[in-house]
Write a protein that binds this ligand. Structure first.
Ligand SMILES: CC/C=C\C/C=C\C[C@@H](O)/C=C/C=C/C=C\[C@@H](O)CCCC(=O)O
Ligand SMILES: [Zn+2]
Length: 625
């Protein structure tokens, strides 16, 4: 029976992970066999999960699992001696955390056994998005997709929903004939509405993923296909044609790729993130389809996760920077190897602009969330999520690399760190110790190591304490354009020779970011905004990063007559990176706030739960979906 949600977590739920109830210090899941039937009429997955456990101590009597809104029909323990039904108890749900599921083992148990759970997910399962046929491009078949990171796997399957635990999985998926089912695994075969999958590398629960829809496939590399609805397949294959090159460079940096396949899936626009590194099948937002590959570095990022995150995994989400900071660092190296160091450093500087914006706006009232290592005892990962672990984390690694002798010295260490901790879950101290163990081999490094202020980097608030000496050549033009538009009137701008120097798409994004960062923009009238639009042909661009920043300029200029355009962009996709700042800024404009709230109420059911929830907070509303 479910009772009303509690306001917050209040305390650390388990000794190893503040966001999980699991007693993973006593026993761990090593493998899961899933048998799922996809019920589009009911918006549920039903079937069974057989969890293989290994105890870490003798005489375990209870299993604590994570669950969220699951309808459990039966549970049984299976050992060599046979199958015995067991009793269980579902605790009071905590908002954003779910319920503690206690399983009472029939006897004190040691060693290996299976727990077989027959159950059905809730139609509102937070990990799942159910779209009806009308909401898809093809409009013929319904569509289902998942997003489990950080702690939504518990709404799909009762599990130890902590990245401290890794398991392999097999799945049998029954779905309507005529649609394709894919998972974060290698597909073994598919016949008349049944698809079989195997993930033979241990993964944390947040990397479980499923999609079912009218999907087609186009090969884009030796181990890669792109999957999308028919209407988007050709442009997707073209946009992501660099995938094989990204993988080759990532292997040079990190070591061999171990996951077998690297496929891409272009998601419906309600996918809440830019990309999600589901193993064997990265999910990407369609907002990357800019038409000129200018946003494809997100794919390089997701590929980098094949090592940083998916092989070496943060032990809990307080150390999320070990996933994301490391991944941005590798992403930068891929960019550097393919497009040169000036591009790599421009990419890093753009990341710092995004970080500045995030710290000033999204995190203005919660400075503790600007720390690299955060305290999630009383905060759900979805509430803590920001660009801080990405950008502050990657800046820290670049600082360490520069300090310790540059890529030539740092990359061998980096590869060794990945090799040592592959298939494991780590804390920041594991990285710190590995770094000291490696670099202390040479006594000359001692002085450099002693300069690292770990406390300041890990627990200091705000921007990174040191900004590396980046190549700023590609940034300069963006800064000059931003200064021109911020400090001059229309006539002076029109006469400026600067306008004859073209900006690339990514420079245009950064120029708009720089402009938005200015405290004052001289005479920000509709005429000036229109001139900017005309000058950079913004109305003609498909690039969502450009449109996003231009829409924010409309808000900054308080252009009520552009509200339809603002909302059209906010309704065209529900990627949180874009919609959250837009709603937050509309909420701070008194005349616009009621319009934003009305629009939100109209579209919130089309958003994933995590998006509806966070946007409702950005709007200052009480509850989400
Ligand atoms: C310090 C932060 C603590 C915990 C956060 C952990 C997970 C947060 C959860 O909300 C899930 C995040 C999933 C992210 C997936 C992809 C991102 O890389 C996308 C970044 C934003 C974007 O490009 O749209
Ligand atoms: Zn990432």
């Amino acid at each position: 029976m479910l009772t009303s949600p509690q306001p917050s977590i209040k305390m650390r739920l388990s000794p190893i992970d503040p966001s999980s109830y699991s007693n993973a210090h006593e026993l761990i899941i090593t493998h899961i066999d899933l048998e799922w039937t996809v019920n589009f009429e009911k918006s549920t997955l039903s079937g069974s999960a057989s969890l293989s456990f290994k105890t870490l101590r003798d005489d375990v009597e209870e299993i604590f699992l994570d669950s969220s809104d699951l309808d459990i029909a039966s549970m049984a323990v299976k050992t060599a001696a046979g199958e015995i039904p067991v009793s269980w108890d579902v605790g009071k749900p905590v908002e954003n955390i779910g319920s503690k599921l206690t399983v009472y083992l029939p006897t004190k148990t040691s060693g290996e056994f299976k727990l077989i759970v027959e159950y059905e997910t809730n139609p509102k399962a937070s990990a799942l998005q159910w779209l009806n046929a009308e909401q898809t491009c093809g409009k013929k078949h319904p569509y289902l997709f998942s997003q489990c990171q950080a702690i939504h796997a518990r709404s799909l399957v009762p599990c130890q929903d902590t990245p401290a635990v890794k398991f392999t999985y097999n799945a049998t998926l029954r779905h309507p004939i005529g649609v394709t089912g894919l998972m974060s695994a290698v597909k073994l075969k598919s016949e008349s509405g049944v698809s079989y999958f195997k993930q033979s590398i241990p993964i944390p629960s947040y990397l479980l993923a499923i999609v079912v829809g009218a999907l087609v496939e186009k090969p884009i590399g030796p181990i890669s296909s792109v999957w999308a609805e028919q209407e988007q397949i050709d442009e997707s294959a073209e946009e992501f044609s660099q995938t094989a090159d990204f993988i080759a460079k990532a292997e040079e940096i990190c070591g061999p790729y171990v996951w077998g396949r690297y496929d891409l899936l272009v998601m419906p626009p309600s996918f809440p993130f830019g990309g999600m590194e589901n193993p064997c099948l990265t999910f990407v937002t369609p907002t990357l389809l800019a038409g000129d590959k200018s946003l494809a570095t997100v794919v390089a990022h997701e590929i980098a996760h094949s090592w940083t995150g998916n092989l070496v995994t943060n032990r809990n989400f307080e150390h999320f920077w070990l996933n994301e900071g490391f991944t941005v660092f590798v992403e930068g190296k891929i960019v550097g190897r393919l497009f040169g160091n000036a591009s790599r450093d421009f990419h890093a500087l753009h990341g710092l602009s995004e970080l500045t914006d995030c710290i000033k706006t999204q995190l203005a009232d919660t400075p503790e969330l600007t720390k690299l290592v955060v305290d999630l005892s009383d905060c759900s990962p979805d509430d803590a999520f920001s660009t801080v672990p990405y950008m502050k984390g990657s800046t820290f690694l670049r600082y360490l690399e520069d300090l310790l002798g540059g890529p030539e010295k740092f990359e061998p260490f980096f590869r060794s760190y990945l090799n040592t901790f592959k298939f494991k879950s780590v804390l920041t101290n594991d990285f710190k110790k590995a770094l000291y163990d490696w670099f202390r081999e040479d006594p000359k490094n001692e002085e450099f190591l002693s300069r690292i202020d770990w406390d300041l980097w890990l627990f200091g608030t705000g921007m990174p304490p040191v900004i590396p000496n980046y190549d700023r050549s590609l940034l300069e033009a963006c800064q000059k354009h931003a200064k021109l538009w911020a400090e001059n009137d229309i006539e002076t701008i029109k006469a400026s020779s600067l306008l004859s120097e073209p900006l690339t798409s990514i420079q245009l994004i950064e120029f708009l970011a720089q402009l938005l960062e200015k405290k004052t923009i001289q005479g920000l009238t509709p005429e000036k905004v229109a001139l900017l639009d005309q000058t950079y042909r913004i109305h003609a661009t498909k690039n969502a990063e450009i449109r996003f920043r231009f829409v924010r300029l409309y808000i900054r200029a308080k252009m009520m007559d552009k509200m339809d355009e603002i909302l059209a962009f906010a309704n065209s996709n529900f990627r949180m990176k874009f919609v959250r700042p837009i709603y937050k800024e509309l909420a701070g404009w008194p005349e616009a706030k009621p319009i934003a709230v009305e629009n939100y109420n109209k579209v919130k059911d089309q958003m994933m739960t995590v998006c509806a929830y966070t946007v409702s907070k950005d709007l200052g509303l009480e509850t989400g979906k």
